[in-house]
Design a protein around this ligand. Structure first.
Ligand SMILES: [Fe+2]
Length: 395
């Protein structure tokens, strides 16, 4: 996160004596990326962060590939997925490759522990719900439409504050960043970027607990959960500064780039990682050429898989798509407006669509977790009156 930020009390210089009221030293910790060459922060703990009381077992996470050999367009309906587990244990990975994974989480329980992803950055898109994420860097309140960006290594927990919560969970072994083309050499977002630093919400309230006891921190590594027991409250930071910390960007703060004719998906890009991009499709005016066709043209990105999550019930180019739907168009299979939709879009002045797209540059494996929520006839939905899978357009 290329904005310098600090919270709490820190000494004037790095790596100098910084003492508690009782005269003992605070415990300094540098947390950073790329072997002291990437972004980093310095945290000052009450307790040594190295103290581990016990490690109580390993749980392997299930991520079974659905051995579906037929190449086709996929459509998964996630709205009816039963609430289960907590914001970590309730996660279901729906598709993945070595660069990125995407899943859903409809938690019904609070977390009774802390969590650290030791192998990937996470983007949690809050489809519905509100709550607070507490981490060693402070508290972040979240609500509908937030992308919560959590770099790996951040010890945190979610406190749910709504009856219903729906998360879309994206995980990446490579760092998640804003698109590089929108940043200058100093890291500042440029004038043509569809968002700016003012749109980012940073941790503002530090949480400092000086408590002894038994505290469980579940650490994800090698697709397993490792149960670490600490003898101190892990949120024991009295101050920190740097560039490495969790932050939030709300999809409604994305300022869409529009054009005289249809603009391609890169104008919607919001994040990048190695081997994938994430785009935000937001309400916006349509193209203003007098003969413009606002609906997208048929297209094939032959080296990409396209995954779209529909966060609003209205989406202009597809029939049969529901609120909470996920479509997956693998390996450049041609796709585009459903029959009649291109013609119907002519003359439309605006769209109220809201969707999150993830394009991966290497093929995604579909997980068995999709079984039960697939619309198996979706691949035939571009036929007129296409039968069982046909559902009238939503707009
Ligand atoms: Fe597409």
């Amino acid at each position: 996160m290329p904005i310098y930020h600090k919270l709490g009390n820190i000494p004037q210089k790095r790596h100098v004596q910084f003492r508690k009221p009782d005269g003992s030293l605070y415990q300094e910790q540098v947390i950073g990326t790329e072997g002291f060459s990437g972004i980093s922060s310095i945290l000052y703990h009450i307790n040594p962060p190295t103290r581990v009381k016990a490690i109580k077992g390993i749980t392997e996470l299930k991520r079974e590939v659905w051995e579906e050999k037929t190449l086709r367009h996929f459509h998964f309906k996630t709205l009816d997925a039963k609430p289960e587990g907590d914001p970590i244990s309730g996660r279901k990975v729906l598709m993945f490759n070595n660069d990125v994974s995407m899943g859903i989480c409809n938690p019904k329980e609070q977390m009774e522990y802390f969590y650290k992803n030791g192998e990937g950055d996470e983007i949690i898109f809050v489809h519905e719900g509100k709550g607070r994420m507490e981490s060693q860097y402070g508290a972040l309140d979240f609500h509908d439409g937030d992308y919560i960006v959590i770099p790996r290594g951040v010890i945190h927990r979610f406190l749910l504050k709504s009856e219903k919560t729906r998360f879309l969970v994206i995980e990446s072994p490579s760092p998640v960043e804003t698109p590089r083309r929108y940043r200058n050499t100093y890291g500042q977002l440029l004038e043509h970027a569809p968002f700016c630093e003012r749109d980012f919400r940073l941790p503002e309230t530090l949480i400092t607990k000086d408590e002894k006891g038994e505290f469980l921190v579940k650490i994800k590594k090698s697709n397993c959960i490792h149960n670490y027991i600490y003898d101190f409250h892990p949120l024991d930071v009295v101050g920190w500064d740097g560039y490495f910390y969790p932050w939030i960007f709300n999809i409604n703060d994305f300022m869409p780039i529009t054009g005289k004719i249809h603009q391609p998906p890169p104008v919607h890009q919001t994040f990048q990682g190695d081997g994938f991009v994430i785009c935000s499709f937001c309400p916006r005016p349509f193209d203003f050429h007098p003969e413009a066709v606002p609906a997208p043209y048929n297209h094939s990105n032959v080296d990409s898989d396209e995954v779209l999550f529909y966060a609003s019930s209205e989406f202009m180019s597809r029939k049969g798509i529901e609120y909470g739907s996920i479509t997956h168009h693998p390996d450049g299979l041609p796709h585009g407006p459903h029959p009649g939709r291109a013609e119907a879009s002519i003359g439309a002045k605006e769209t109220n669509e809201l969707a999150v797209m993830m394009d991966s540059f290497r093929p995604m494996h579909v997980a068995k977790a999709v079984l039960g929520c697939e619309d198996a006839d979706y691949f035939r939905s571009w036929l007129d009156n296409s039968g069982a899978g046909f559902i009238p357009p939503t707009s």
